[in-house]
Write a protein that binds this ligand. Sequence first.
Ligand SMILES: [Mg+2]
Length: 267
Amino acid sequence: MTNVLHHQPAEARPLPRIAGVVSDLDGVVFRGDVAIDTAVTAFAAWARRGIPYCFVTNNSTRSPQSVAQKLNAMGVAVYADRVITSTDAALRILHARWPQGGTAYVIGAPALAQAVEAAGFAPADSAADCVVVGLDRSFTYDKLDKAARLVRAGAVLVGTNPDPMIPSPSGFDPGCGSILAAVATAAGATPIIAGKPERPLIDAAIDRLGVPRASIVMLGDQVSTDIVAGQRAGLFSILVRTGVPAPAHPVAVPDLTVDDLSALPQD
Ligand SMILES: [Mg+2]
C-alpha cells in the first residue's frame, strides 16, 4: 500500500496528536461486506494504544448492535455504544427540545418508531410535537399527507439524514432524504437534520469519546457529508481515499487527504 499524504489547504492546520477518532464506516472501514485491511490494522493499533474511537453512520435502519457485530467479525474491536447512528442523533435532538418527552409521528423503519417511543415519545397521528422521518420502504401517500398536515399544524420536522439515495445491489435506492424532501415540500417546512453533514451525529460521537475536541480527528470518504460534518463540528477532518471517488468540484477542502489509513500515525 502507498503511504502518500496528499494536498493540504494553504492555511493547513497541523495534524493534532490523535487522542480520539470519529470515523465513517462504508468506504473507510469496509466496502459493502469487505473489510479494508489498512483500516483494520489502524483501528487495532489505536485500540492497543487506548485511543478511543466512535463510528458514525447516517443509516437509520441498522442497529448499533448489528453494526458492532459486523465490525467485530471483520477484526475491528468495538462495543455497540461506540456506534452512533442517525437515529441516536435524532433522539438527541428530541431530548434537547423536549426533555420530558412528548408525542411523535414517525415515518421510518419499525426500529426507528420503537427507538422514538422508547425515548419517551408516544405515537400520535392527529396532533404531535414532532414528525420524525427516516428511511421507510413502506412510505405511502397517506403517510405523506398525515406528516405534512401535522407539520403545518405546528409539529417540528426532524429527519435522520438527508441522503437522497443509498447504494443497493442493483445501483441506488431512494434514501431518507427523498422522503424527507417530499414531506418538507408538502408541508412548506425546513427540516432539522440529525445526520451528516449536520452536526448532531458528530457531537453525539464526541460526547461519547470524552476527549478534547481539538485532539479528535474525523475520518471519511465523502467530502460533502463526512468532511463537511467534521469541519462544522470543529474536528480535524481527514479524507480517506478508500471509498467513493473524489468529486470534481468538492464543496470543502479536507484538512488532510490520505490514500488509506496506513498513512496516519499509529504508534
Ligand atoms: Mg462513506
